[in-house]
Design a protein around this ligand. Structure first.
Ligand SMILES: NC(=O)c1ccc[n+]([C@@H]2O[C@H](COP(=O)([O-])OP(=O)(O)OC[C@H]3O[C@@H](n4cnc5c(N)ncnc54)[C@H](O)[C@@H]3O)[C@@H](O)[C@H]2O)c1
Length: 189
């Protein structure tokens, strides 16, 4: 994610093999929960390099291909932590907030090329990341899920289906938008 030469190589390989790049899903990311006063600068820079710089580099290198095609859909993985605050989330939340606004900025920049850019905002989904997050807060992922309005954790396939919708022409008039996939968590009072 954070090495520019790797992005250049992956874009070249994709174009050599497939001719076009129709979809970029910037999904890779890391999650670290820590009180703001305890975050080492190295830790801050490492997470920002992957979550923010990586998302930027992916778009930087894929967009010229999409701009030539005059088509493409980019989906960036943000989080509910990019929509609201939580204790211990200054670092991760800052990175996902940056992904949210960067997605809108780039969406406005490339709309003239018929390229769409949207962000997704999952709550806890049934992955190791949710296990880690819940454990750091003295709970389990299942228990956190029970507090969501829909009363359960999200499933990986539920994220995938939203991403597929955004990747496909079914969402052809949707750009610069943000999609919570959180069982209603960010709409709850
Ligand atoms: N799982 C959740 O509950 C949840 C909630 C909100 C947002 N998200 C976001 O969804 C995305 C996917 O999360 P996940 O749950 O699948 O996490 P995960 O830890 O299961 O997978 C993350 C992936 O990113 C890859 N990765 C990490 N650093 C990388 C790097 N420097 N270069 C290339 N790849 C790298 C890892 O190898 C791994 O395959 C992340 O951006 C995460 O922040 C997840």
């Amino acid at each position: 994610m954070s090495k520019e030469e790797d992005w250049q190589e992956v874009v070249k390989k994709a174009v050599d093999q497939f001719g076009t790049i129709d979809v970029l899903f910037n999904n890779a990311g890391i999650y670290i929960i820590k009180p703001v006063t305890e975050i080492e600068l190295d830790t801050w820079n490492k997470l920002m390099n992957i979550n923010v710089t990586g998302t930027f580099l992916g778009m930087k290198h894929v967009l010229p291909v999409m701009q030539k095609q005059k088509s493409g859909s980019i989906i960036n993985a943000s989080s509910v932590a990019g929509l609201g605050g939580a204790p211990g989330h200054a670092l991760y939340g800052a990175s996902k907030g940056a992904v949210r606004i960067m997605s809108k900025d780039v969406a406005m920049e490339v709309a003239k090329d018929q390229i769409r850019v949207n962000s997704i905002h999952p709550g806890y989904i049934d992955t190791q990341m949710a296990d880690y997050g819940a454990e750091q807060q003295g709970s389990t992922a299942e228990e956190v899920g029970k507090q969501y309005p829909l009363g359960r954790l999200g499933k990986r396939a539920e994220v995938a289906k939203t991403v597929l919708f955004l990747a496909s022409d079914d969402s052809s008039f949707t750009t610069g938008a943000e999609f919570p996939i959180d069982g209603g968590a960010t709409s709850s009072l």
